[in-house]
Design a protein around this ligand. Structure first.
Ligand SMILES: [Zn+2]
Length: 372
């Protein structure tokens, strides 16, 4: 329903996706679901952990996982805190990397760049709002310093690094300068980043009335951060829009700001929400579309399965009505998560149909029967 033809799943599952077994289990779950549904489903490209059990101590078997097709490695949910472990990860990754053919996508190390030490048990952005609400805050430095560190590590080891869910103005600036430094070192395209549709939309002010529904890790920041994220996306510092899809149940999210789990569901409304956040104009819309399609597709090597519309290839596309105005009703989401900070929000533009592998996967195309 969100229009996606391929999705990258994060490894912070139980058990964590840190081995060939778990990776292949995810891929076969999709095949089983597809057989049960009797229609095509989005391709799943699992990201694998950087360290075994995502414990931040021992690198995974990169060679085996790259050979099996994994192109993104991350301990998402956490950063690899120990410098010496991260160095070992990079060295092991270099060994494995040598065995890949570079005509496919370059495997990348993806960072949930956040210093746990500096999180201080926070439940939202540290600032005027967290003070007003009397709850512990997560300072912006926890992200800025960790992004600086990941960017530096990639530069030192000449490795492709992706920073996921960027939230601060400082991080955008560090990545902008980092891209220049990588290019100067002959590593153009090695440093990439993404932003989520909710960080493009909301700020910490919204946490005051949305409570746990707007509890996200990394947190929603201040208005000037959100503006820097929007500018970073339009200017090309930020390459992709991601969802950081975290489908928590209404029960989990009803536990209040302090106790509810972090995370926001995003898959079903990412396209409309991103286009609404960035605003009108064909040029801006084209940039948003690229950040949701060709941008990430090129990064993860999904071209064969997604992101390309050409003769003699099977179509993966979604049909979008840019004029339809609609109210977000989470009770109508297809996913198991029926709560959202977007609840009740009016959005302009809505997905009408999704075509995967040349067949109608969801929605209706009136008058186009047999044309697909
Ligand atoms: Zn994360």
């Amino acid at each position: 329903m969100g229009g996606f033809g391929a999705v990258v799943t994060m490894p912070n599952t139980d058990p964590p996706c840190d081995s060939l077994d778990v990776m292949q289990q995810q891929i076969s779950l999709r095949k089983e679901a597809m057989a049960a549904a009797g229609k095509p489903l989005p391709v799943i490209m699992p990201a694998c952990a950087m360290t075994k059990r995502r414990a931040g101590r021992e690198p995974v078997d990169f060679a085996e996982l790259i050979k099996a097709g994994c192109v993104l490695f991350t301990d998402d949910g956490d950063d690899v805190a120990d410098d010496d472990v991260l160095r070992a990860v990079m060295l092991r990754f270099i060994d494995a990397y040598g065995e890949t053919s570079i005509d496919t996508a370059r495997p990348r190390l993806m960072f949930h760049a956040q210093s746990k030490e500096m999180m201080h048990g926070g439940v939202m952005h540290e600032g005027a709002v967290s003070v007003r609400l009397g709850v512990p805050g997560i300072p912006r430095e926890s992200e800025d310093m960790a992004v600086e560190r990941a960017v530096r590590f990639g530069l030192v080891f000449h490795l492709p690094v992706h920073i996921t869910h960027v939230t601060t103005m400082g991080a955008v600036e560090i990545i902008r300068r980092g891209k220049d430094a990588y290019a100067a070192a002959g590593l153009k395209g090695y440093l990439t980043s993404d932003v989520t549709s909710h960080h493009l939309t909301f700020t910490d002010e919204d946490v005051e009335w949305l409570g746990a529904l707007a509890k996200s890790n990394p947190p929603l920041r201040e208005a000037f951060d959100r503006d820097a994220l929007r500018a970073g996306l339009l200017g090309g510092t930020i390459d992709c829009i991601a969802t950081d899809h975290a489908p928590h149940t209404a029960g989990e999210k009803s536990q209040g700001l302090m106790d509810a789990p972090f995370g926001i569901t995003g898959l079903e409304i990412a396209l409309s929400a991103s286009l609404n956040a960035i605003g009108g104009g064909m040029e801006k819309a084209a940039r948003v579309l690229r950040a949701l399609t060709g941008g990430p597709s090129a990064l993860i090597g999904a071209q064969k399965s997604a992101g390309v519309l050409a003769e003699s290839t099977l179509a993966n596309l979604c049909v979008y009505d840019p004029a339809e105005e609609w109210r977000v009703e989470p009770s109508q989401f297809a996913g198991k998560c029926k709560v959202s900070p977007y609840a009740g929000m009016m959005l302009r533009g809505r997905i009408k149909a999704v075509i995967l592998s040349g067949a109608l996967a969801w929605g209706e195309l009136p008058g186009a029967e047999g044309a697909v």
